[in-house]
Design a protein around this ligand. Sequence first.
Ligand SMILES: Cc1cc2nc3c(=O)[nH]c(=O)nc-3n(C[C@H](O)[C@H](O)[C@H](O)COP(=O)(O)O)c2cc1C
Length: 217
Amino acid sequence: MEESDKSIYNLRHDFSKSSLNETDVNSSPALQFDSWMKQTLDSKIEEALAMVLSTVNKEGQPSGRILYLREYGNDNFAFFTNYHSRKGEELIENNRASLTFFWRELERQVRIEGTVEKHSKEASDKYFYSRPYYSKIGAWSSPQSKVIKGRAELEGFVSDFDKRYQTEDVPRPEYWGGYILKANYYEFWQGRESRLHDRIAYTLQGENNWKVERLAP
Ligand SMILES: Cc1cc2nc3c(=O)[nH]c(=O)nc-3n(C[C@H](O)[C@H](O)[C@H](O)COP(=O)(O)O)c2cc1C
């Protein structure tokens, strides 16, 4: 670890914007999430919908990547991707996954855990057809997560599909669509001074019965 400069030891940010108390939070974590998400969107924070999706393969190897949240409500969180991608393969091996949001400007983190299933074909169509033309062409052109020879190969695929679909509507590839993570655990984190952050966790104990606890920072 000789390459990292010791000056990064001293890069610190103290969190002081807000607080989170057991008495402030909604007894429903879905409504608590909705309230924080609305505040995030109202604050015009960039990349408010970006979240880390973490998956674990059958060997127990975790992997994370950023995706966009596209729908949420009633403890369900939807994202869209290529079903043949690495994440798609890993979700077949193990459907347990987590989502992590970091809203730096509000000094907030949200962690959500649960199980993932494919979204309906209708919902996948609805989202796919709402995308711009070249995002649809991109879904056809990218064998997501596979090794490719070079940028030129990818651009060749784009130009082939562009020629093919120029004059007609681009259909949704059957290997591209949505997933829903159904939450059974949430944690809402609000940064506080001197690393004494507020952490409120919700654990699902039965149908719609959430235990609310404070965790040490
Ligand atoms: C801000 C941001 C948003 C992204 N949104 C998506 C998304 O919604 N869907 C997607 O498939 N990939 C998205 N990506 C790309 C993924 O991070 C990742 O590279 C890709 O899905 C392949 O991941 P995998 O090989 O683990 O399957 C996004 C990346 C960034 C930085």
